[in-house]
Design a protein around this ligand. Structure first.
Ligand SMILES: Cc1ncc(COP(=O)(O)O)c(C=O)c1O
Length: 369
């Protein structure tokens, strides 16, 4: 099987990730923070270890300011709905995923900054659409549809000039780019644990610069301040309601430590190398390719074939993603809103041979039409 859907989730993980999960469940397995027994305390230690690894990766000074979530969608919802009050305005980008667009639409008061046909978001349009009512500005770091990297530092500056908070959706860049929260100017970073960070499914995280400014929208048992009916303000309990997925968090820590050892930038450059080769091959075959391809993602269409049909023709053994990739406005910007596109996303465990295999498979399809 040829797995080329790493933008959805990285299927193969470093061996240390499986080992860490098994070790936690077999030899620990306590409910983190629920009591003072050694298994529960061991759970807290596992969470702190993972916080420390994530803090190092994102340049976060205080590891307490990392909170774990089920995925990027939960992290983004918590960040968006926990920041804005009823009358506040949100500014998002046309390249954002539905996990940003839908919470913004749910809130109701929002504007969308435009992107051009390469999927590049306009900082100028952000500046135009940010008003004195804007409390939150959100932008994806790298498009999950076409791999275009966004000018997020400039967008963060525009947000701060208006006194707004900048939330970075690092779903496609975490683990493939060197990300320093302060250098980018992000007040909050949301990302999944199960994509580039190589953790298991059911993991995501938030880096929160000023946790006192973010309301908890999911509240409940934290194992701390249990005598009170009010949510604790202390971190990370404020955002850790209910039983944590501690075995998966232990796995995520191992994934992040793998990234720290290999270097996120090296990983991203290797994935881009594969994507660049594939893109050249597609262009040589006359296939239409979209976006700037700043990472391991390549979006394309073979003329005369719907993206879903193309993915089906690639067969059961080649795993890609066709359609709209939960980013309807991105497809509008790229001009692919009538049928979507085929997305091939290379990961760190793909090889040059995989590029040849997918190239040959697409070539066979072009010959059929
Ligand atoms: C840019 C972007 N944001 C958010 C998400 C949502 O991630 P999750 O599936 O972990 O909720 C994705 C997933 O593909 C994504 O690509």
């Amino acid at each position: 099987m040829l797995y080329l859907d790493n933008a959805a989730t990285t299927r193969r993980k470093p061996a240390s990730v499986y080992a860490a999960m098994l070790k936690y469940q077999l030899w620990g397995g306590g409910n983190a923070g629920r009591g003072t027994n050694k298994l529960s305390v061991g759970g807290v230690r596992a969470v702190i270890d993972a916080q420390e690894a994530a803090a190092e990766l994102f340049g976060v000074k205080d590891e307490c300011n990392i909170a774990f979530t089920q995925n990027a969608t939960y992290a983004l919802n918590m960040a968006i709905l926990g920041t804005v009050n009823k009358k506040d305005h949100i500014c998002v980008s046309a390249m954002d995923h539905n996990s940003v667009l839908r919470p913004a639409a749910l809130h109701g008061r929002f504007s969308v900054a435009a992107a051009d046909f390469t999927g590049f978001v306009s900082p100028l349009d952000f500046r135009r659409k940010i008003t004195n009512k804007t409390k939150l500005v959100v932008c994806t770091h790298i498009s999950n549809v076409c791999g275009t990297k966004q000018p997020v530092e400039e967008i963060a500056r525009a947000a701060h000039n208006a006194g707004a908070i900048f939330l970075l959706d690092a779903s496609q860049s975490a683990g493939a780019e060197d990300i320093d929260m302060d250098a980018i100017g992000a007040d909050i970073i949301a990302c999944p644990g199960h994509k580039g960070l190589m953790g298991p499914m059911g993991t995501g995280l938030l880096c929160i610069k000023n946790p006192e400014k973010l309301r908890a929208v999911i509240v409940g048992g934290t194992g701390s301040e249990s005598e009170s009916i009010y949510q604790p303000e202390s971190m990370p309990d404020k955002f850790h309601s209910g039983t944590l997925n501690t075995p998966a968090i232990a796995g995520l820590r191992a994934g992040i430590e793998f990234i720290l050892r290999e270097g996120a930038k090296n990983i991203g450059e290797y994935e881009k190398l594969l994507a660049d080769k594939f893109r050249d091959n597609l262009l040589n075959m006359g296939v239409t390719v979209y976006g700037k391809a700043d990472c391991g993602i390549t979006a394309f269409n073979v003329d005369g074939i719907e993206s879903a049909e193309c993915a089906a023709l690639l067969g059961d053994d080649i795993i890609v993603r066709a359609g709209y990739h939960c980013a309807p406005l991105a497809h509008k910007a790229l001009g692919t809103d009538n049928g979507g596109a085929v997305r091939v996303s290379f990961g760190y465990f793909n090889t040059r041979r995989d590029v040849s295999r997918i190239t040959d498979a697409v070539y066979e399809i072009t010959k059929k039409i």
